[in-house]
Design a protein around this ligand. Structure first.
Ligand code: SF4
Length: 219
């Protein structure tokens, strides 16, 4: 059994899979404390599910492109997921903060798509996580993978260099996501373009995609 915050069908609003219908399974815990986090970690309204119960719900979601495991940080649920994943018929899409590389290594064979964050200290307020990200992407690159970095106007040249280097090393798309407050971007459009251009000088597979679900009013 494990506590799950919510299970719902919706439309993916971030990254290159924008617009796909997914079943979202949201877990309650995280190992980071990003200052822009909008996840509700109150477990009072979470519900406990067994592996069998959750697998049944997921396998019925045949209208969905994939099942998105999100959070919080789904990889904190290793013991539960290693029993659940073999029972799932839908492609598994993992939304992760890109730090728990040891757990990823144990589960990766079951996962089809990985959306992995690169946490920029300037925006997330976390300590530098470059070493964790490097180890994570090394393992994750065996799968369909992209990197996502939330940024603000205080992004540094060093951060641009490091995140582009990670994406380049594994030849994956780097998605720049301006930080939003509700439906409003905290980054003005001229600065967004400047950051995109700075990245494109270093690496070509970079795109700027805001959180689309906020504009179409879905969760
Ligand atoms: S990694 Fe995600 S869920 Fe965890 S604190 Fe950061 S934004 Fe919130």
């Amino acid at each position: 059994m494990t506590k799950i915050k919510e299970i719902f069908k919706s439309i993916q609003g971030e990254g290159p899979f924008v617009g796909y219908k997914q079943l979202f399974v949201r877990f309650c815990k995280c190992n980071l404390t990003c200052k822009y986090c909008d996840t509700d970690f109150n477990i009072a309204d979470s519900k406990e599910y067994s592996v069998e119960e959750l697998a049944e719900i997921i396998n019925k979601a045949k209208d969905c492109h994939s099942v998105s495991f999100t959070g919080g940080e789904p990889l904190l649920e290793k013991d539960f997921l290693e029993k659940l994943f073999p029972k799932i018929n839908l492609p598994i899409y993992l939304e992760t903060n890109g730090t728990l590389y040891q757990t990823l290594e144990e589960l990766i064979d079951y996962i089809t798509y990985i959306s992995a964050d690169i946490k920029l200290p300037s925006c997330s307020g976390n300590k530098e996580l470059w070493n964790e990200h490097e180890k994570f992407f090394e393992i994750a690159s065996k799968k369909a993978l992209f990197a996502k970095a939330v940024f603000e106007e205080n992004i540094t040249e060093f951060e641009i260099e490091r995140m582009c280097n990670i994406a380049k090393k594994y030849n994956i798309e780097l998605i720049l996501q301006p930080m939003m407050r509700g439906k409003i971007s905290t980054v003005d459009s001229a600065f967004m373009e400047k950051v995109l251009d700075s990245c494109l000088i270093k690496y070509k597979r970079v795109r700027l995609i805001p959180q689309v679900h906020k504009f179409i009013d879905v969760i």
